[in-house]
Design a protein around this ligand. Structure first.
Ligand SMILES: NC(=O)c1ccc[n+]([C@@H]2O[C@H](COP(=O)([O-])OP(=O)(O)OC[C@H]3O[C@@H](n4cnc5c(N)ncnc54)[C@H](OP(=O)(O)O)[C@@H]3O)[C@@H](O)[C@H]2O)c1
Length: 345
């Protein structure tokens, strides 16, 4: 089969097309998918550059040349012995969390718990744009903040960085859950965010959100301190100062700290930082969220997409052979929705 691989960490020029790879080995709980489309997430760029090497290096060295990519849509070609929910020919979509099942490829063997039947009303390219970003927000709310959709009904939610892949899906989900949504973006994305249902859209070049917003119930911070200095302080300023308020950050300091300081010193340092920040903002609940797979989340996304409650927002589509350009586009940090890959060479 063919795939784009990296033989070592590096910049966008590290990708090579390899057309001589063996088909992935199919385990009994896996589905072999011929991939029609995938997409690029910022985490792919980070992994390409070595993010997480302090923890995963041993495991990764076994899988180089490494195929990156998590989102996929395509057709089932074969199923493992324990798979009952799928058969050959099914149109499927989902998102793999396994480093050894990268989706910048012709085929991938995916755990059945990370696969669902693709909504018929979405094209393969549209479908590949949604699972990772939707499930990121699903994990943030349900798993990390411990909230239920009904807890959010009528709540005021502020999304810091609403115009990217995660933000455009999150605005739609929070609206569906009955929230009043505010979000920041640049001028070119204001109309898009309004059309998705955000009530207050703040152009961060012209105004500071802290001057406009107050009494929010939840802040979903997609940028963190890497883009906005002291983002957490600014975000907590606009929250109600009580124990029902939640600040959720998607930029988890743990892995970067481990990569910088090593496992031995990094882990206690990261733990210390985390506790310090949590105490400083009490009574507000502070959470750092990391993507986690969820079959119930993927099935809910399937339902919401079929009902056209969540719609795909696509910035651009690149052929797999132009993966370097697709990564450069995401690296600008200023897209409108998702960068999608057409995997057919
Ligand atoms: N923890 C996790 O598991 C997890 C999972 C997914 C994503 N993430 C992280 O979440 C972040 C967002 O991911 P994504 O997929 O949505 O990225 P993306 O698609 O690349 O979107 C980036 C967005 O950020 C906006 N932006 C840039 N600077 C801004 C600023 N100063 N104020 C407000 N908005 C700004 C841009 O909008 P404009 O063009 O309008 O500026 C752009 O639309 C990334 O940092 C990613 O690494 C974490």
């Amino acid at each position: 089969m063919y795939a784009v691989v990296i033989k070592d960490y590096g910049d966008e020029s590290s990708f090579e097309i390899d057309e001589t790879l063996p088909l992935p080995e199919l385990k009994s709980n896996q589905v072999l998918v011929k991939i029609t489309a995938s997409s690029v997430n910022p985490i792919d760029l980070m992994k390409r550059q070595g993010y997480g090497r302090s923890i995963f290096e041993k495991q990764r060295r076994k899988i180089f040349p490494w195929i990156l990519g998590s989102d996929f849509s395509g057709h089932v070609i074969n199923v493992g012995q324990k798979v009952t929910r799928f058969k050959e020919g099914d149109e499927v979509w989902g998102c793999t969390s396994k480093a050894s099942s990268g989706t910048y490829a012709e085929y991938a063997a995916i755990d059945q718990e990370e696969v669902s039947i693709k909504p018929k009303n979405l094209t393969f390219e549209e479908a590949a744009s949604l699972p990772y970003v939707f499930l990121t927000t699903w994990s943030a709310i349900i798993r990390w903040a411990g909230l239920r959709p009904q807890d959010l009904n009528g709540q005021k939610i502020f999304i810091q960085g609403g115009a990217g892949g995660v933000g455009t899906a999150a605005i739609q989900l929070f609206k569906y859950w009955g929230c009043e949504v505010s979000a920041t973006c640049s001028a070119k994305n204001v109309n898009l965010l309004q059309s998705l249902g955000a009530t207050k859209v703040i152009n961060y070049h012209n105004e500071a959100f802290q001057d406009i917003l107050e009494d929010q119930d939840l802040v979903y911070d997609l940028l963190g301190d890497s883009v906005l200095e002291d983002s957490i302080v600014a975000c907590c300023e606009v929250l109600k100062n009580n124990s029902s308020s939640h600040y959720i950050s998607l930029t988890h300091p743990l892995i970067n700290t481990l990569d910088d300081k090593g496992l031995l010193f990094g882990a206690p340092h990261a733990f210390f930082l985390r506790q310090k920040i949590k105490s400083a903002h009490r009574p507000i609940n502070v959470h750092w969220s990391i993507y986690r797979p969820s079959l119930s989340g993927l099935q809910e996304l399937t339902h919401l997409s079929e009902e056209e409650i969540i719609k795909p927002i696509i910035d651009s589509i690149y052929p797999l052979s132009d993966i370097s350009q697709a990564h450069k586009k995401v690296a600008t940090g200023h897209g409108s929705g998702k960068v999608v890959i057409n995997n057919i060479l």
